[in-house]
Design a protein around this ligand. Structure first.
Ligand SMILES: C[S@@+](CC[C@H](N)C(=O)[O-])C[C@H]1O[C@@H](n2cnc3c(N)ncnc32)[C@H](O)[C@@H]1O
Length: 196
């Protein structure tokens, strides 16, 4: 789903970038996101600030996708060497071949996607055996009261509990190797089993 105007504005502030740099990326690092993460796909890359952080890890390649052309225009305007940004609905990852990615990173995009389960399944398909997805999402326990207070347009069917999310990761074949809960957000490293 497209972001509402207030959320689009909030996502493109110095505060948001500060949180992503000082909390979210370090959390993924502590869950096992290492340097040289191979071929990396970022889902819901927004305006590309996450890409500036992820490119410092020296991936073999970086593709960032987002549904909103406005976000991708901001990302492309960064002129980041080695970054390939595309307007793309994450429920259609036909742009990525089976087992073509080593790492998938998602900074809080799935709760905007009504068919988020389809995206989780697609992540499993595009990851190579031994590949991992790093994902951070707010759970319903945070989003429901937030929505009541701020009306950012998170539609009910998108809102999942962290329990439901974890169950679906496992049902899709992932093994959750590390997790952290913080202020109603869940951050996960989930592995597609197999040798690299
Ligand atoms: C909450 S924002 C997070 C943006 C960025 N990852 C960040 O952390 O600042 C969610 C992003 O997911 C994107 N998004 C929503 N639905 C999508 C979909 N179906 N496919 C790809 N991206 C989507 C939105 O356009 C938005 O940029």
């Amino acid at each position: 789903m497209r972001l509402s105007e207030p959320e689009f504005a909030a996502m493109n502030t110095a505060v948001r970038r500060f949180i992503q740099r000082t909390v979210e990326l370090p959390t993924f690092r502590s869950l096992g996101l290492e340097s040289n993460p191979g071929h990396l796909l970022e889902i819901g890359c927004g305006s590309g600030y996450g890409a500036t952080l992820l490119l410092m890890l020296n991936p073999a390649s970086y593709v960032g996708i987002d549904l909103m052309p406005e976000q991708i225009a901001l990302a492309q305007a960064r002129h980041l060497p080695g970054a390939d940004f595309r307007v793309q609905d994450a429920t259609d990852l036909s742009c990525c071949g089976d087992c073509s990615k080593d790492t998938v990173v998602i900074f809080g995009a799935l709760h905007h996607i009504p068919a988020w389960q389809q995206v989780v399944r697609a992540c499993y398909r595009v990851l190579c055996p031994g590949g991992r997805v790093f994902v951070e999402e707010p759970g319903a326990g945070l989003l429901v009261p937030w929505e009541r207070a701020f009306h950012w347009g998170h539609a009910d069917p998108n809102i999942f509990t962290l329990n439901a999310f974890e169950s679906f990761l496992k049902a899709s074949g992932f093994t959750i190797t590390a997790r952290r809960y913080f202020l109603g957000f869940g951050s996960y490293a989930a592995l597609k089993q197999g040798c690299k």
